[in-house]
Design a protein around this ligand. Structure first.
Ligand code: ARG
Length: 438
């Protein structure tokens, strides 16, 4: 080594240069032919969106494209903020096993190894943020973290982890001999009874990374309890769950089909009601008064009635679905008419991930305008998630979560089922030709 100090300075220059390269944030400009402004409900033409790193820097007509920016031409497309879904079960999917096979021969490990597939399908469909409302112990938490690290593509996940439910509830395994025994350690289930236990369960879930709390206010459809709608927690237990979560600044949502349980959950102060099937007039009044969101999975019924028998689902469960399907849609329509805040929640996982957008057409069929349905999945959900400053519209300062479709979804909403372009946090996931970007 003739001149060590010279070598050292060359090394230093190289290190500095590569650091500079890293520090340089990528700048992208999107040319949007039509842009749906979900904040105002208007359509804007010929907009330029400038993106720096993961954030939108500017949007408008008279924006100059910064020198060196990569330009993405979506001038023949309709551009919107990324869609969001307030109710998915991102770690699993019905029909991947026959009913009893699924219960007796699959474990949380099977769930964990497949979850990334569903995450990718969800993002492929243009859903850039989802609320995971119930997964096997810690699976959605691990999935969220891996996506945030950039290990593989998927939507932003607001994770509830385990569903909190009472013994014998929709969140418990029912209908089998007690001698079969369930050896899952209590910390690895969401089961909790009584005010003290539910408070502790909320604390435990938050301690280990839950972003939202989900509990079962009533019975359900796809489980073996006799009723669909009976309350499954007392008013005191529901009050305790909501109060405890809200102390931590964490939002709460309740699975609720029956009219009584829905009202108990609203009175307890939940931020949203899932399903809402037998919502009555008093429930609608209470939701309006409190600003509670309705997250009603009104596409689900079509899929369950068409497919679930093939999965070996017991007839009594399919019969329960028949009690719910149409009434849920009628009550959804009533709620829309009355002006209840509507979230976009599909319960995807009951039906295939990546089909999340199929519910748009149902929402239009059952009383919403196309624009209102798009706003439910963007602006409204952003508000429900407490993320209005980050997502829900294409606005400077928010994440560059952007999708585009060919054609006009305000004329034909089903176009949203074929998203051509997907960007999440400034990174192109699917190019305008519909191909995967990586
Ligand atoms: N997870 C829900 C339950 O089992 C699905 C309900 C599906 N049916 C419907 N009509 N939305 O209760």
């Amino acid at each position: 080594m003739k001149n060590p100090s010279k070598i050292l300075s060359i090394v230093a220059i190289c290190v500095f240069a590569s650091l500079q390269l890293f520090a340089q944030t990528k700048v992208t400009a999107i040319k949007a032919g039509r842009l749906i402004d979900t904040a105002t409900g208007r359509v804007l033409e010929n907009q330029t969106i400038v993106i720096e790193g993961e954030t939108i820097k500017a949007v408008g007509t008279n924006i100059t494209v910064p020198a060196g920016a990569e330009v993405i031409d979506l001038s023949r497309m309709t551009v919107m903020p990324g869609f969001t879904d307030s109710h998915v079960h991102i770690t699993g999917q019905s029909g991947t096993a026959e009913y009893y096979e699924g219960i007796f021969r699959r474990t949380v490990m099977d769930e964990a190894v497949s979850a990334h597939i569903y995450a990718k399908r969800t993002l492929d469909a243009g859903f850039t943020t989802v609320r995971s409302l119930g997964s096997g112990p810690f699976v959605d938490i691990a999935l969220r973290n891996a996506i945030n690290r950039g290990d593989f593509p998927g939507p932003r996940i607001i994770a509830a982890n385990m569903y909190i439910g009472s013994t014998g509830s929709h969140g418990d395994l029912n209908g089998f001999s007690p001698w079969l025994g369930d050896r899952t350690p209590p910390e690895m289930t969401g089961l909790a009874d009584g005010v003290d236990e539910v408070r502790k369960k909320v604390r435990y879930l938050i301690k280990y990374g839950a972003d939202v709390i989900k509990f079962g206010a009533t019975a359900g459809v796809l489980s073996e309890e006799a009723s669909v709608g009976a309350p499954q927690y007392s008013q005191e237990e529901m009050n305790a769950i909501v109060a405890e979560a809200h102390l931590h600044g964490i939002k709460v949502t309740a699975h609720a089909h029956g009219a009584e349980g829905i009202k108990m959950a609203i009175k307890a102060g939940v931020d949203s009601v899932e399903h809402g099937s037998f919502l009555d007039d008093e429930g609608i009044r209470l939701m309006k008064e409190r600003g509670t969101y309705l997250s009603a999975d009104i596409y689900n019924d079509d899929y369950i009635l068409a497919e679930f028998a093939k999965f070996g689902t017991p007839q009594k469960i399919i019969d329960k679905e028949k009690l719910v399907g149409r009434t849920q849609r009628e009550n959804f329509q009533k709620a829309v008419k009355a002006g209840v805040k509507i979230a976009y929640g599909t319960d995807a996982g009951v039906y295939p991930h990546g089909w999340n957008a199929k519910q748009f057409a149902k929402m239009v069929e059952w009383g919403m305008t196309q624009m209102a349905a798009i706003q439910a999945s963007t602006r409204n959900n952003a508000d429900l998630f407490g993320m209005s400053d980050k997502i829900g519209s294409i606005t400077a300062g928010k994440y560059a979560d952007i999708v585009a479709v060919e054609g006009d979804p305000l004329k034909d909403i089903s176009i949203l089922e074929k998203v051509s372009f997907v960007m999440k946090g400034g990174v192109v996931h699917k190019t305008a030709s519909g191909k995967a970007a990586r």
